[in-house]
Design a protein around this ligand. Sequence first.
Ligand SMILES: NC(=O)c1ccc[n+]([C@@H]2O[C@H](COP(=O)([O-])OP(=O)(O)OC[C@H]3O[C@@H](n4cnc5c(N)ncnc54)[C@H](OP(=O)(O)O)[C@@H]3O)[C@@H](O)[C@H]2O)c1
Length: 258
Amino acid sequence: MFSGKTALITGASSGIGEAMARQLAAAGCNLILVARRTAKLERLAQELDQVRVAVITADLAEPDCPQSIFDQVSRLGEPVHILINNAGFGFQRPMLNIPMAEQMGMVDVNVRSLLALTRLFAEPMAERGEGWILNVASVSAWFPIPGMATYAASKSFVQTLGRALHEEWKPAGITVTTLSPGGTRTEFSSKARDSLDPNLEKAMMPADTVAAAGLRALARGRAVAVPGWHYKLLTALVRCLPMSAVVRLAGAVMGRHR
Ligand SMILES: NC(=O)c1ccc[n+]([C@@H]2O[C@H](COP(=O)([O-])OP(=O)(O)OC[C@H]3O[C@@H](n4cnc5c(N)ncnc54)[C@H](OP(=O)(O)O)[C@@H]3O)[C@@H](O)[C@H]2O)c1
């Protein structure tokens, strides 16, 4: 399905986004890589020389960034068949310990830019009558998390938006898939928290496995993908238990593992 198409991946300089770039290139998909760290993107572009790769340096926390990315891509003259909104970050800290600018930056990157890029790139997809959008949420989208409140809320937005658009855009020929990873071994964890409990460390999944699960779900036209049996079980339990108990438990776990 991916061969000969073009995919734009945000957050392609590390972790899940980089793994998706490698897997798509191996499948013959041309790439547009987006992130702030140009050197990392250019090194990856040189490595993936079996396909056409363009690099766009962009800070998705900037309000005009999504429109600027869309304009740069339009100038390349390459239709984007696949949009992967993967860039994101979070903090595992009580809200009052996160400076306002970082808090708002999280919303700008995880929510605002994702919504804008989805809206911008879906229009030409709808005109062509086909397109694929993979939005990266998180298992934390499934329940409120005291100690990670803004991040979990931002990922709930991604998941709710994605599930609605999956239905709304079916007639337009656009597939919208939401990938909800649990703990994944990437740079995310070291940026989000000071240390990680060994038990949570054991539950972490490799970025390659998570990336492959997301791309597989997208190719199959699925609405949602939760990689890993233990995270599938977690999201199933959350749907069965009273929300007040889930929130108390999530707060207790986050409080212990900061
Ligand atoms: N790892 C986990 O445990 C986990 C679990 C659930 C969900 N997720 C989600 O998975 C996605 C990928 O994260 P990851 O785990 O692969 O972490 P990662 O290795 O830290 O990658 C995050 C990517 O986002 C980019 N990014 C961050 N802020 C940006 C900004 N302002 N402008 C442009 N790009 C920005 C980073 O690139 P630059 O720094 O070069 O800009 C990087 O390429 C995120 O949405 C995250 O919320 C991760």
